[in-house]
Design a protein around this ligand. Structure first.
Ligand code: PEP
Ligand code: MG
Length: 551
């Protein structure tokens, strides 16, 4: 048995023969070219063909794996035309007087080396994209087709690293798993593997060798372990995990289309948390019943300047329309603390988690708030949008938020712009203060959603970013659970619904406690929807107890 340890980047256990990815390799001559003008034209023709192929791959990806992958190929098409990259190819050609192939190869090497040397992990991962684009242009220059899998049986595909387009063009029915020497969880191959639901491990380094081709391997995309020809004990551990995985997959498929209701008829809405419009595909494929938290600040974090009203409107409208009338709770800007945005030019704070963050920024900067509220109300005409305010501590803050909403609605009325006048307004319960004045807050809004990540941090006085607090950071602490109960009682007394959108919502160990407390909705990551539904459907609400609230 050979055991190798890498980084698991896409979950799941698989087994099969190792197959080393075949990549066409040709030595390119550095000899002087006879007609440099003709060589330049050859590069231009190869670029055009590459763009055509990449656009076709984007269309294929949009159908097979979703928007994220499609955007990847569209970005590759843009790399092909990148001004600096093209200048580098053409200058090399002129300066060295070499053939088109040598110029393209050199430009690709220089660009990818420059990216790989950067400090930023994301930019480093882009070096693989430039290599991929260069290889495509070269193949088009030389009339070479991409490598594939020449095997009659499905395989564990091994490679030094796989380029995204190589991954997408492979025959998926032949791939049981991916194992690579290089790569990272940020790499697009890892993203693609996760989207396709194929187990993958990267970073195996030199332990993975071409001479292992043909040998039977078991891989675990969760732990990152590969076992070649495992001994009996290892083999039965892998097989037991595979069996569990099979059962789970079958069970989850049967959960699609089912209601989120306990055996005794209590409904628990299961919604999803998202950070961008691209995440809606995962919500729909996992049968999420709505969106309980759209973290709108990611639009701000991804931009280099304030996103315009129209940019925001388009993003919110896209999500609202794609959800087809299901509730979409969009949280207003929640930056500050760990989410810093340079162009906001915030003053440096000693204690940013206790500083000017979230709703405090919006109330201090009415223009920023107004732009976002206008975008949100305009989007409300295209679906069931609800607006949620984060980090509330006082009733006056909510009243001020509502006044800002009234003002925006009056503006839209005056401009004749359609919007939903009955758009639900809610607040996040994330601070002990909001729990203690929950009865008064509940009279002001249509719903509560508990941000247990922050509520735990502020209730237990434990920094959620610190990773050395160990057992002191305990989201199951009775104080946190009692805070949930107080907020729930206050919400129900006022006749409004209450959900949880922090990480705790997906914690299956607490489901019974949530049912006992009376929580109405859980908003979780899309992949947690079906496991949660399966548990809800096995539960009996009336027998659930509050024992976890005891010290
Ligand atoms: C939370 O605090 O639980 C929450 C959902 O908000 P965030 O994690 O974005 O602060
Ligand atoms: Mg929060």
């Amino acid at each position: 048995m050979i055991v190798m340890q890498g980084k698991g980047v896409s979950r799941g256990v698989a087994n099969g023969p190792i197959y080393f990815f075949q990549r066409s390799s040709t030595t390119i001559s550095d000899a002087p070219a006879a007609d440099l003008e003709a060589e330049k034209q050859r590069i231009t023709a190869a670029q055009e063909k590459s763009i055509e192929q990449l656009n076709a791959l984007a269309d294929q990806a949009r159908e097979e794996t979703g928007e994220e992958t499609a955007i990847l190929f569209e970005t590759h098409a843009m790399f092909v035309e990148d001004e600096d990259y093209v200048d580098c190819m053409m200058n090399t050609l002129t300066e060295r007087g070499c053939c088109a192939e040598k110029a393209v190869e050199t430009a690709g090497e220089e660009f990818s080396a420059m990216l790989a040397a950067m400090d930023d992990a994301y930019m480093q991962a882009r070096a693989a994209d430039i290599k991929d684009v260069t290889r495509r242009i070269l193949n088009n220059l030389m009339g070479i087709a991409d490598g594939g899998i020449d095997s009659d049986v499905p395989v564990i595909l091994a490679a030094d690293d796989l380029a995204p387009s190589e991954t997408l063009q492979l025959d998926k029915s032949k791939i049981l798993g991916f194992i690579t020497q290089g790569g990272s969880s940020n790499s697009h191959t890892a993203i693609l593997a996760r989207t396709m639901g194929i187990p993958a491990i990267c970073g195996l380094g030199d332990a993975l060798k071409p001479e292992q081709a043909g040998r039977e391997a078991y891989i675990d995309g969760e732990t990152g372990q590969v076992a070649i020809e495992p001994d009996d004990i290892t083999l039965s551990a892998y097989q037991a995990k595979q069996e569990k995985q099979r059962e789970m997959k079958e069970l989850m498929e049967t959960m699609k289309g089912q209601q989120d209701v306990t055996l005794d008829g209590r409904e628990m809405m299961v919604y999803c948390n998202i950070g961008s419009p691209e995440d809606v595909a995962a919500v729909l494929s996992n049968d999420g019943q709505g969106i309980g938290l759209f973290r709108s600040e990611f639009l701000y974090l991804a931009a280099s300047d304030y996103p315009s009203e129209d940019d925001q409107f388009n993003a919110y409208k896209q999500v609202a329309a794609a959800m087809g009338g299901k509730r979409v709770v969009i949280r207003t800007l929640d930056i500050g603390a760990d989410k810093q945005v340079d162009y906001f030019e915030m003053r440096k704070e000693e204690n940013p988690a206790l500083g000017v963050r979230a709703i405090r920024i919006c109330l201090n900067r009415p223009e920023v708030f107004r732009t976002q509220l206008r975008a949100l109300y305009r989007a409300s005409a295209y679906g069931k949008v609800a607006i949620m305010f984060p980090m509330i501590t006082s009733v006056w803050e909510v009243k001020e938020c509502k006044r800002a909403c009234q003002k925006v609605m009056a503006e839209l009325d005056a401009e004749g712009i359609p919007y939903n006048k009955d758009t639900e307004l809610g607040i996040m319960i994330e601070t002990p203060a909001s729990v203690l004045v929950a009865e008064e807050l509940a009279r002001e809004v249509d719903f509560f959603s508990v941000g247990t990540n922050d509520l735990t941090q502020y209730t237990l006085a434990c920094d959620r970013q610190a990773n050395d607090l160990g057992k002191f950071f305990d989201p199951h602490h009775p104080a946190v659970l009692r805070a949930l109960k107080l907020a729930t009682d206050a919400a129900h007394k006022a006749g409004i619904w209450i959900g949880i959108c922090g990480e705790l919502g997906a914690d299956l160990e607490l489901l019974e406690t949530f049912l006992a407390i009376g929580i109405d909705e859980l908003s979780v990551s899309p992949t947690s929807v079906l496991p949660l539904r399966a548990e809800i459907r096995k539960s009996i609400a009336k027998t659930c107890t509050l024992e976890k609230l005891e010290c």
